[in-house]
Design a protein around this ligand. Structure first.
Ligand code: PMV
Length: 318
């Protein structure tokens, strides 16, 4: 029997500008997790159970491009295990799906680790990351690679994408893991509004195409914020992250990717004691985050609920 877990992730700074080659920072969110258990099975074939999404299926019934099938096949190929014995694979996840918290990448990483440990051949994080990136492509087409990197290393990552893809989204990138000198607390709140990242990315592209000179300056400003934030996290000057969040949110508003709901939550966080707040990820809906002193976390979370958040979670980045 073997068990593995992987955290969620959230983008701290730099979303959207990252599509244009500027850096972004993302951190693991350990309060939500994907868990995968792999055990021997007496059945004739491998069964996969994911009760949270009502999935109960055999391996062979999965479509050839299904991310779970691909994860199992790629681990077995990487370990030279063929054919693999009948298994029972059980997947649980408390990471909300399609909300920018990296649920797909976390399931992939936990599944890869659980299988590798079941076969008593644990894989190094860079190998797990490379396998998970291939599976991300099945989920997202052209992922930036930020989710699988943060989740595989379970560490903050400073990420720069490598080369543009025709639709302007990620085409892989370079993730640099870095350390947190002093832990800091975040409250993450979900607007409950599903907003496709593809649309907000497309709208920013239209703005950029109409006035490249202007938007390049804005993206440069985001890049400066991201570099300053990384420096603050590495040196323990975490209180200064609040002002950097506010500045990044203002630039995201200019990019038209905020929304009345997100702005209402950002304002509620600030007026209830947060040191700074911003939307996170694609925007227009999805999540926002607020930097808080640990003692203020509960009251900021309840202010966010009163201001319309569907759910909140408090996490410590360390
Ligand atoms: O919502 P998330 O966490 O998947 O982040 C989207 C980030 C963008 O910069 C808006 C798009 C991208 O591909 O980097």
């Amino acid at each position: 029997m073997s068990l593995a877990t992987a955290p969620g992730k959230i983008i701290l700074f730099g979303e959207h500008a990252v599509v244009y080659g500027r850096p972004a920072l993302a951190v693991p969110v350990t309060q939500v997790q994907a868990n995968v258990e792999v055990v021997d099975s007496a059945e004739a074939e491998t069964w996969i159970e994911a009760p949270d999404i009502s999935l109960h299926t055999t391996f062979s019934a999965l479509a050839p491009t299904h991310p779970l099938r691909s994860a199992i096949e790629s681990v077995c190929a990487a370990l030279n295990i063929a054919p693999f014995p009948p298994l029972r694979i059980t997947i649980h996840s408390s990471i909300p799906v399609a909300s920018g918290l990296g649920s797909g990448a976390a399931v992939s990483v936990a599944l890869i680790r659980a299988l590798a440990s079941y076969f008593q051949r644990p894989l190094p994080a860079d190998k797990v990351n490379a396998l998970a990136y291939e599976i991300e492509k099945l989920h997202h087409g052209t992922p930036s690679g930020i989710d699988n990197t943060v989740i595989s290393y379970a560490k903050p990552v400073y990420f720069v994408r490598q080369s543009p893809s025709p639709d302007g989204r990620g085409a892989g990138g370079e993730g640099q893991v870095f350390n947190v000198a002093r832990p800091f607390s975040l409250v993450i709140a979900d607007t409950g509004i599903a907003a496709p990242t593809k649309e907000s990315v497309g709208d920013v592209r239209k703005l950029w195409e109409a006035d490249k000179a202007h938007w390049e300056v804005v993206f440069d400003q985001v890049g400066e914020i991201v570099r300053a934030a990384k420096n603050a996290i590495e040196t323990g000057a975490t209180d200064s992250l609040g002002a950097l969040m506010d500045a990044n949110h203002a630039l995201l508003q200019q990019m038209t990717v905020s929304s009345p709901e997100l702005d209402r939550l950002v304002l509620a966080a600030k007026t209830s004691g947060a040191l700074g707040a911003k939307l996170s990820g694609g925007g227009r809906g999805g999540n926002m985050l607020a930097l808080v002193k640990p003692a203020a976390a509960d009251s900021v979370a309840s202010a966010l609920k009163s201001a319309g958040a569907k759910s909140t979670l408090i996490t410590i980045i360390q």
